[in-house]
Design a protein around this ligand. Structure first.
Ligand code: AMP
Length: 209
């Protein structure tokens, strides 16, 4: 069974690659940002708290995310692989995940790091729009409505320039130490995410073999 973790800076295209990999290998795609946004839509105290933090571009507390991720993984059929997108994002989350993966018999995994420079991140994220209905992402578009479902396109609160800077700062401080851990463990697959989607994808597949 194939279990994957995919990580990298915002705008590296990890969501796009995760979607392709999930389709190719029949994996359950666990998209953390989206899972949390769904929770934020609940009219509960927890939902409100998550929504507020997401809009500021800061991380949701580790315990909350760990619990949501664990619940989600436990719902996946035992013989189906998973691809984790957006989790873990720091060393503490990584440690929680190690435990969750052991307990759910998914201790064998690969961690894919999709790397892009800060300039590319900023370029790709500014002007990004998201469909308010189905979540489809559009980079640099003049469209006002989604070409897939007709939903209204919006600029996500955390895709505004101030929030992007903040998210990148958080990324560098918290996500990079994970690289060292996975490299040392011998499960790291590192690819350059600056080329076209198909090229990055081919590179990942080549390295997974
Ligand atoms: P994303 O869509 O992956 O860029 O995530 C959007 C927002 O969701 C982040 O800025 C955080 O507020 C929250 N979030 C996503 N993943 C995590 C995580 N692993 N831990 C904590 N917060 C997260």
């Amino acid at each position: 069974m194939l279990n994957l973790i995919i990580f990298g800076p915002q705008g590296a295209g990890k969501g796009t690659q995760a979607q392709l990999l999930a389709k190719e290998f029949n994996l359950e795609w666990i998209e953390t940002g989206r899972l949390l946004r769904e929770k934020a839509g609940d009219r509960t105290k927890l939902g409100e708290k998550i929504g507020r933090l997401q809009n500021q571009g800061v991380l949701v507390p580790d315990e909350i995310v760990a619990q949501i991720i664990e619940e989600k993984i436990k719902k996946v059929p035992k013989n189906k692989g998973i691809i984790l997108d957006g989790y873990p994002r720091n060393i503490r989350q990584l440690e929680s995940l190690e435990k969750i993966l052991r307990e759910t018999n998914r201790a064998k995994y690969k961690a894919i790091f999709v790397n892009v420079s800060k300039e590319v991140t900023l370029e790709r994220l500014s002007g990004r729009k998201t469909c308010s209905k189905c979540g489809k992402i559009f980079s640099k578009t003049d469209l006002e409505v989604c070409d897939a479902c007709g939903g209204k396109l919006i600029v996500r609160e955390d895709d505004r320039p101030e929030a992007i800077e903040k998210r990148l700062e958080v990324y560098h401080k918290e996500t990079e130490p994970m690289l060292r851990f996975y490299r040392k463990k011998g499960v790291l697959v590192e690819v350059n995410g600056e080329g076209p989607v198909e090229e990055v994808y081919r590179d990942i597949i080549k390295n997974l073999k």
